[in-house]
Design a protein. Structure first.
Length: 181
C-alpha cells in the first residue's frame, strides 16, 4: 500500500509539475555552468596566446599550454555541470582517477616521452637546425614534437624518443656558432 500511495503522490499533476520544473531549472543551470567553463577555457587560451606572443616563447610549448588549459577547464565544467544537475559525480571523479592511474601505468613510456618533450621544449638544450649526437646516432634536428625528435642525415630520417634524449648524454653543435679547433 505504501508503494501505491507513493506512486499516486508522485504522479499527482501538481507534484509532477513541480518536480519537472525543478528538474528543468537544474538542467538549465548545469548547462549554463558548462558553457561558462567553456568560455573561460577560450578566454584562458587567448590570454596564454597573448602572453606567449609578447614574450616570443616557443610555439610548441604555447600550443601544449593552450590545449592543457582548455581540456582542464572543459573537464571541470562537465563535472560541475553534472553535479549541478543532480547527478552524483563522486563515483565519476573516483572512476576518472582510477582510469587515469591505469592509463598512466599502461602508457608510462609514452608519458615519459611526452614529459621529456615538454622539458626539452621548455629548456631548449637544442633547437631546429642544430646537429645532435646521442649514442651512435647523429643528425640535424628538423623537428621536435612531444613524443620524438626528428634527426635528418643525408641518407636517413631518425626518430629519437624524447625520453632517450633527456636521459642520455647528448652532444649539440649549435647552428651559426663557430668552433675553434
Amino acid at each position: 500500500m505504501d508503494i501505491t500511495n507513493d506512486l499516486v503522490n508522485w504522479l499527482d499533476p501538481s507534484t509532477l509539475m513541480t518536480r519537472l520544473a525543478d528538474l528543468g531549472v537544474r538542467i538549465a543551470a548545469g548547462i549554463a555552468i558548462f558553457i561558462l567553463f567553456w568560455i573561460a577555457g577560450s578566454v584562458a587560451q587567448s590570454v596564454l596566446r597573448r602572453i606567449f606572443l609578447k614574450r616570443d616563447l616557443n610555439r610548441d610549448v604555447e600550443e601544449l599550454a593552450e590545449q592543457g588549459v582548455r581540456i582542464v577547464l572543459t573537464t571541470l565544467g562537465i563535472v560541475t555541470g553534472l553535479g549541478t544537475m543532480g547527478i552524483d559525480v563522486g563515483a565519476l571523479v573516483a572512476s576518472l582517477g582510477l582510469v587515469g592511474f591505469a592509463v598512466g601505468f599502461a602508457l608510462k613510456d609514452a608519458i615519459s616521452n611526452l614529459l621529456s618533450g615538454v622539458l626539452i621544449l621548455l629548456y631548449q638544450p637544442f633547437e631546429r637546425g642544430d646537429t645532435v649526437a646521442v649514442g651512435p646516432k647523429q643528425g640535424r634536428v628538423v623537428d621536435i614534437d612531444l613524443r620524438y625528435t626528428e634527426l635528418e642525415t643525408p641518407s636517413q630520417r631518425i626518430l629519437v624518443p624524447n625520453s632517450h634524449l633527456f636521459s642520455n648524454v647528448v652532444t649539440v653543435d649549435k647552428v651559426g656558432v663557430e668552433t675553434q679547433d
